[in-house]
Write a protein that binds this ligand. Structure first.
Ligand SMILES: Cc1cc2nc3c(=O)[nH]c(=O)nc-3n(C[C@H](O)[C@H](O)[C@H](O)COP(=O)(O)O)c2cc1C
Length: 184
């Protein structure tokens, strides 16, 4: 089975994106994958903002990307694009760090007007970093993610069904062992 890095790019301390990803991590783990969570907001802000490539926490994050077979990239939509926090980490990673990797892009947002942010904003960045296969992503409305008292989430039924489909496609792509050659 694959090693999956599950990256939340939300700066929020009460992030729906992060909670959604941790919820989905359980599904991927149940498929037999080894899932490693990474919340970018847990990395040192000084290192992210001042491009400290050599900071131990950044070096460790880079190692997690390099060792993963698959990567879930989750971001809130901010100003019609991915979060600046996510970009601040991506900018500190090698240009081709996603070479040979299968990537699942996910976004949460407040309006369906920005449902395409995954495709016009996030997907091109991931492709430029060499991702071998970017599977179909999904945009989840924030109102469809309810934070429960135990800090986990409940996801709207139709949304969960859609997420189950994209997770299954992601998992199948990883199991296929798609070519690890550099993307064009
Ligand atoms: C600064 C800021 C900008 C936002 N911009 C957008 C936007 O352009 N489009 C959208 O659909 N939602 C936007 N939202 C709503 C968030 O994307 C949405 O609430 C998301 O689920 C927040 O995720 P989080 O809890 O993980 O931070 C914005 C929220 C904030 C705080």
């Amino acid at each position: 089975m694959a090693t999956i890095l599950s990256v939340s790019g939300s700066p929020s301390p009460v992030s729906r994106t992060a909670r959604l990803l941790r919820h989905l991590d359980g599904t991927l783990a149940a498929e037999g994958h080894d899932v490693v969570p990474l919340d970018v907001r847990s990395l040192p802000a000084e290192a992210l903002l001042r491009a400290d490539f050599g900071h131990p926490a950044i070096v460790e994050a880079r190692r997690l990307f390099e060792q993963a077979d698959g990567i879930v990239v989750g971001t809130p939509v901010y100003k019609a694009a991915y979060s600046g926090l996510l970009k601040s980490l991506l900018d500190l990673l090698p240009q081709a760090v996603l070479t040979g990797k299968t990537v699942l892009p996910l976004a949460t947002g407040g309006t369906v007007a920005h449902v395409l942010a995954i495709d016009y904003a996030l997907r091109p960045v991931l492709a430029s970093m060499g991702a071998a296969h970017i599977v179909q992503g999904w945009f989840v409305l924030d109102k469809d993610i309810a934070i429960r008292e135990d800090d986990a989430v409940s996801v709207d039924v139709a949304t969960q069904e859609a997420l189950d489909v994209v997770l299954a496609q992601f998992s199948a792509a990883l199991k296929d062992g798609r070519p690890r050659a550099a993307a064009a």
